[in-house]
Design a protein around this ligand. Structure first.
Ligand code: NAG
Ligand code: NAG
Ligand code: NAG
Ligand code: NAG
Ligand code: NAG
Ligand code: NAG
Length: 312
């Protein structure tokens, strides 16, 4: 009897270990149908986005490990020290909403600031001019590198053609003076209300010399900076929730839904198609060439969608 007891315990231990092994291993999935875990799915999509990006970087020979971070890129990168976040801002890609979030995080302000009741225009003006938001270019280059390797790096993209139409609707249709002057200087004969065709000709001629229509990859340099999270405006609510969670933001902070011109519909696929229908196929081809890297790197396919709309 006394001899059998240790054996019994050994057996018990062994079966316990076996049970643990089976419980934690994939065997479980054979018995139970696998539930789609939203976080798991989101992570898988992130992995896919990065694989597509990295292989496009290699294919397009954009992987530059030799040269230093360009000042033009460092000035796009906002640094939020409390949550160890670096965010690349791209005009016309929900940029004001993200700056609002950064400001709330930085100052530990109330999440109430994402709600509609706050005077939108005043806050917008404040966000774009406040010295509270710090950009990476403010730091010496060695510290820039250190921050880039220590912090969570995030960029958010948008369909290149939707972004272009959004820039036109926002800056030209609303007659923002600085933009009108640019176009008038280049095309003195353009109509008083610059048409989308004229705007496109202007862009084709001046070769993207403005951040509002400069390709996204040039602003954020994703082939050199290995962004931890690549969000898309097309999935921004989900992406923002995961981004905020991963940096430990307050739980009640969510991506706001502000628009500068609140009564107008947001530029979407259908509106973009309407504008592109007014371009010649030559113009569309030239735009495709101009934005081809954005299409490849960020896996957008509007090049196919908007190619054959032209009636001219
Ligand atoms: C890439 O684009 C294709 C075609 O639009 C789409 O089916 C696929 O889901 C996209 N992949 C990712 C990771 O977004
Ligand atoms: C890739 O780019 C580097 C410099 O950025 C250049 O020296 C090299 O020739 C390029 N390679 C190809 C295949 O284009
Ligand atoms: C931010 O505010 C929260 C709640 O008001 C507080 O618990 C936290 O300590 C504050 N953090 C900092 C860094 O001030
Ligand atoms: C970056 O991380 C390293 C290693 O953890 C640490 O020694 C360094 O102080 C950090 N630098 C900054 C600026 O946070
Ligand atoms: C330009 O647009 C304004 C306001 O949208 C309109 O009142 C005006 O008639 C337009 N002018 C031309 C020349 O189309
Ligand atoms: C397309 O062109 C027509 C004719 O010039 C014009 O009436 C219409 O407003 C244009 N549509 C867009 C979305 O620019």
């Amino acid at each position: 009897m006394m001899k059998l007891l240790p054996r019994f315990f050994k057996l018990l231990l062994l079966s316990g270990l076996l049970l643990c092994f089976f419980k934690s291993s994939q065997w479980v999935h054979l018995w139970r149908p696998r539930k789609a875990d939203p976080t798991q799915t989101w992570l898988e999509i992130q992995t896919q986005r990065k694989i597509i990006l990295n292989s496009a970087c290699l294919k397009l020979n954009l992987t530059d490990t030799v040269n230093k971070l360009k000042p033009r890129v460092a000035i796009q990168l906002y640094v939020e020290h409390n949550h160890r976040l670096i965010f690349c801002s791209i005009p016309k890609v929900g940029c004001s909403n993200w700056l609002r979030i950064l400001l709330i995080l930085q100052k530990n302000l109330s999440s109430e600031l994402t709600k509609e009741s706050i005077n939108r225009n005043e806050l917008l003006k404040y966000i774009h001019t406040t010295p509270l938001l710090i950009k990476l270019n403010r730091y010496p280059s060695t510290l820039q590198q250190e921050l880039l390797s220590n912090y969570t790096k995030v960029m958010v993209t948008r369909d290149p053609f939707e972004r272009l139409v959004s820039a036109y609707r926002n800056k030209i249709l609303h007659g923002v003076q600085s933009f009108m002057k640019l176009i008038k200087a280049a095309f003195p004969k353009s109509s008083n209300n610059v048409t989308f065709q004229e705007f496109v000709n202007f862009i084709l001629q001046e070769k993207l010399n403005n951040n509002h229509w400069r390709p996204m990859y040039k602003l954020c340099d994703p082939c050199r900076i290995h962004y931890d999270i690549i969000g898309k405006i097309e999935t921004v609510n989900q992406d923002a929730d995961h981004i905020l969670k991963s940096i430990g933001a307050p739980e009640d902070l969510h991506y706001p839904t502000f628009k500068t011109f609140a009564t107008e519909p947001r530029t979407n696929e259908q509106i973009t198609a309407e504008y592109f229908g007014n371009l010649s196929s030559k113009q569309v081809e030239q735009l495709l060439k101009l934005y081809e890297f954005d299409f490849s790197l960020f896996n957008y396919s509007s090049n196919v969608k908007y190619m054959n709309l032209s009636v001219l």
